[in-house]
Design a protein around this ligand. Structure first.
Ligand code: GSH
Length: 279
């Protein structure tokens, strides 16, 4: 049993998947500029659930034939600590993917936090977000629900079930219960509904699908049986429908470094890059 000391000190690696990069201070650890490609939109990311939110939205915008939404997606490999370069920290002082730079204006615009990036792009291009303020607030409710709920799923459940060096019953129990409660919230909300808010596909669907959709499709933490995800039937139906969208098929493989190597596009600089992969 661990007895916490009077004052916490960082004096040892705690093991587990991210122990080499975790530290209690912020800021860059090495000096390196970020690469810049040919498009106005430069994304620095990895194909995690937070990362694919942005590549799915950009691919959806390209499906609508908006050429200004074309982008370069550079891989920031978080297990190697790429998020601590001086260039990345300049864009996102919080050192987490995804981060976006928009070079469309006089000065570059830095955008971080996946919810902020989704909102920025949806408003910039006027798509995937209702204009009517009553409908918009409904979408914002669900977007912020996702942003505040997913850390319990990822940082809580995923961490202790999958990444922690020891399997401990207390945290796994606590976060499995919370994850199942969240799935129940979604399952009830999606009864007789095709989309999260209004009757349109919006950035709220993209944000929530990237976490809870992929979870119910068995793509996160190998936890489908443990969490009995198939019992959340409305979530599964909604997730399967979104999974069929061509933009989702493309967006979810960009900057991916895990899973089936045939479905990993480490960097994306043009739509031709997808030709290498049988989607
Ligand atoms: N709230 C942030 C969370 C971003 C986040 O946690 N990113 C993870 C990958 S999914 C990361 O970059 N981790 C690297 C680290 O913690 O050093 C967002 O939605 O953008």
């Amino acid at each position: 049993m661990y007895a916490p000391p009077k004052k916490w000190e960082w004096n040892k690696e705690n093991g587990g998947k991210f122990s080499k990069i975790n530290r209690p201070t912020s800021g860059s650890t090495f000096s390196e500029d970020l690469p810049i490609g040919k498009h106005k939109l430069q994304l620095y990311s990895q194909g995690t659930p937070n990362g694919v939110k942005i590549t799915i939205l950009l691919e959806e915008l390209l499906e609508l034939n908006i050429p200004e939404a074309d982008y370069d997606a550079w891989l920031i490999e978080i297990s190697k600590g790429d998020q601590f370069s001086s260039g990345f920290v300049q864009v996102n002082p919080n050192s987490k993917i995804p981060a976006l730079v928009d070079y469309s204006y006089d000065k570059p615009i830095y955008v971080f936090e996946s919810g902020s990036i989704l909102l920025y792009l949806a408003e910039k291009f006027n798509h995937f977000l209702p204009e009517n303020s009553k409908a918009k607030v409904e979408c914002m409710n669900w977007l912020f629900w996702q942003m505040s709920s997913a850390p319990y799923l990822g940082g809580g459940f995923g961490h202790f079930y999958s990444y922690a060096p020891e399997k401990l019953e207390y945290p796994i129990d606590r976060f499995a219960m919370e994850t199942k409660r969240q799935l129940d919230v979604l399952n009830k909300h999606l009864k007789n509904k095709d989309f999260i808010c209004t009757d349109q596909y919006t950035i709220s669907d993209i944000a929530i699908w990237s976490w809870y959709g992929q979870l119910t499709l068995g793509k996160l933490y190998s936890a489908a049986d443990f969490l009995d995800v198939s019992s959340y039937k409305n979530v599964v139906r909604w997730a399967e429908n979104i999974n069929l969208r061509p933009a989702v098929k493309r967006g979810k493989i960009v900057n991916k470094v895990s899973g089936n190597p045939d479905y990993q596009l480490r960097e994306r600089h043009s739509s031709d890059d997808f030709k290498k992969i049988k989607l």
